[in-house]
Ligand binder design. Structure first.
Ligand code: ATP
Length: 286
């Protein structure tokens, strides 16, 4: 159930896990946002980070991506220590922030070309073809010559996702990848990640959509207050909590503090706060 300690392996060796985290910690003053987590993820695995708001999921992903320096602990991503050799590690990973970093004054196609340049993807027919395939994959081909400034939220999310794939990363770190996507696009992202997994690409993603985690992830890690309080396959989590047949939602609520929200909502709203029932008297004075 719990993450085994990370093994120390030679950079890039076949035995190297895709992600190996040991004692990873982030403190802000006296507050500990991520509290000494250990995590080992095999190549090709899809692992979901779940947890209540503020549990430390984004902070963990940002540390793994090299955007944020840990206060303590180590993280190896794609066989490379992200602190010791961030350039090399970043060349092998793709990171999607909760607010995708895109340039509104570029068109979708220009943005992908720009990211290709950043990663040193050689120009030419092969690169143009790759960009076009990504634009088609994310159903943005007909918008490719429009400025990103005019893209909807979901379209920005999709061009952000497309931009992660231009350099063929080994590890994807995705903060709420289906945020803002319509059901068809969300399904496509799920299919894409599963296909990439079959090709050996590893994904660590955070999500609040438990159906996605259930359908997509090989294992889930449930975080609370900066710690991983449970990790495993759905069956392992069921066995660990003695809840045969439980859904991921049931397990999540059990592990993170109980499902009594209806009673709580009733109590907090109190008499007179709720809107009148549909079909009741109008609010106007007679
Ligand atoms: P959500 O599901 O709401 O996105 P999360 O699990 O991703 O939450 P984080 O964004 O990692 O949570 O935040 C973890 C904790 O760290 C929160 O209590 C947050 O307020 C705190 N935190 C994050 N960034 C900072 C910062 N720059 N300074 C101080 N505290 C921070």
């Amino acid at each position: 159930m719990s993450g085994a300690p990370a093994s120390v392996a030679t950079a890039g060796s076949a035995q190297d896990p895709a992600v190996a985290v040991l004692g990873l910690t982030k403190r802000y003053g006296n507050f500990t946002a991520v509290d000494g987590i250990d995590l080992v993820i095999a190549r090709g695995e899809i692992v979901g980070l779940l947890g209540p708001n503020g549990a430390g999921k984004t902070t963990t992903l940002r540390m793994l991506s090299g955007l944020l320096h840990p206060s303590a602990g180590t993280a190896r991503v794609a066989g490379t220590d992200i602190q010791r050799d961030p350039r090399r590690a970043k060349a092998r990973l793709g990171y999607l922030d909760e607010e995708p970093i895109v340039y509104p004054n570029l068109t979708g196609r220009e943005f992908l070309e720009f990211v290709c340049d950043l990663y040193g993807v050689p120009g030419g027919a092969e690169r143009r073809d790759r960009v076009q395939r990504l634009l088609r994959l994310f159903e943005l081909a007909d918008k490719q010559d429009e400025l990103i400034a005019g893209y909807s939220h979901g379209m920005r999310q999709k061009i952000g996702l497309a931009s992660l794939l231009v350099h063929g990363p080994e590890v994807l770190l995705l903060d709420e990848p289906t945020n803002g996507l319509d059901p068809r696009s969300a399904r496509r992202v799920k299919d894409l990640l599963q296909e990439l997994s079959r090709r050996g690409v590893t994904t660590v993603l955070s999500t609040h959509i438990l159906e996605i985690a259930e359908a997509l992830c090989d294992r889930v890690a449930i975080m609370e207050r900066g710690r991983i309080i449970a990790i495993g396959t759905l069956d392992e989590l069921r066995r660990g909590t003695d809840q045969a047949g439980a859904s991921l939602e049931d397990l999540f609520l059990t592990l993170t503090g109980g499902p009594e929200s209806r009673a709580l909502v009733d109590r907090l709203l109190g008499e007179g706060t709720a809107a009148r029932p549909v079909g009741g008297r109008s609010g106007r004075a007679p």
